[in-house]
Write a protein that binds this ligand. Sequence first.
Ligand code: NAD
Length: 433
Amino acid sequence: MHLAVIGTGYVGLVSGACFAEFGNSVVCVDSDAAKIEQIKAGKLPIYEPGLDALVAKNVREGRLEFTTDINSAIERSLVVMLAVGTPSTTDGSADMSQVEAVALGIARALNGYKVVVTKSTVPVGAAGYIKRIIDENKRSSCRYSVASNPEFLREGAAINDFLRPDRVVIGCNDEEAIEILKDLYRPLYLIETPFVVTNPESAEMIKYASNAFLATKISFINEIANLCDRLGADVHDVVKGMGMDNRIGGKFLHPGPGFGGSCFPKDVKALAAIARNVSYEMKLTEAVLAVNERQMASVIERVRRAVPDLDGKTVALLGLAFKPDTDDMREAPALRIINDLQAAGATVRAYDPAAMEAARLFVADVLFCEDEYDAARDSDALVIVTEWNQFRGLDFGRLKSVMRALNVIDMRNIYEPKDVREAGFTYISMGRL
Ligand code: NAD
């Protein structure tokens, strides 16, 4: 099947490569000519484990190509998938300008029946909005269908998530288009991946409800961890005990510096905005955002427990990306932490295995370091911000020899308090004594 994926970012590039791996003929389009040139030259613009090999294989085997020419890509495709960005506007609602531009492009290039699919996370009602744009601007009377097929991949595990998803959601009112989309996902259909087929509005809502629920779990456990801190309970044991209840489950209950990334903050805000638009106040969702803000702002308080006056001090950050195995710095808690530390007069040294190049675009006056130990040099405190695997086995003897003061603030609870303290450090973590 011929497929055009419009927008070659994290989602578009992974989806395009994976659909090609399924045996489809895929053309990935982006309006950013430099990005397309870079990909064609064999250098991917993002860090995602396994993606370079998958892209190279499918390009070599002739199923995957890249272009800036949206017209010809649409003209030769049966399915046109939108994977452009839907960032937050100032009021929290989703900015639909990229989606609108692509819908106009589709209207102009329509030369036969097409299934227009949103893989981007779009507000409830977006399918109708896209249909209106195409109807008002199309130059031919060709038939087309609009469907929603939200994406649930996680950066850092994107390929596995795409090839082995928990479910595929298709929102469409047209049987012919539903069959075409099932065919597109044929390899998953054959391995009995559950398919949820519904109307576009429900599919669009499934994506927001899922992300908002996951963000709620994070804010909830962060509040429990903060309470454990004050009451002498151990959040790990609490999570273990909670998670054994099948109605709760143990997943996604890890306390930390707050959720970040390109999806949760913007999608939770967008859901609240969607609700406001229909005069409904999502009290729980608004609270999830407020708790997250407080959580990010509270990191510096933990640092101050070890180093009360940060003026003139040096703080080392291990990890900058919002999660391990990605270079995505969008809305990463590290940005807030850096800002707060610098405002308090501290010098920030930092190391991240993949995200330093991206981080340079977001922050100023940070000393980017060679590795963990270089970051820790002459520091008064070491803050573990992102739980990259390589930070799980730090050589505390070596850290001791380079740090000015022996303080570790572990925002991801990756160490046993006893072990770090026995190594001679003051150790502060989340919800554990
Ligand atoms: P991204 O910013 O990495 O990629 C978007 C791409 O679209 C960019 O390369 C941009 O140049 C391109 N683009 C913008 N306007 C264009 C146009 N008119 N024509 C062609 N290309 C255009 O975004 P992303 O992280 O891949 O997210 C895309 C969508 O998928 C968002 O709605 C997001 O919420 C959703 N999503 C993201 C993830 C994730 O983990 N990143 C997961 C699930 C869903």
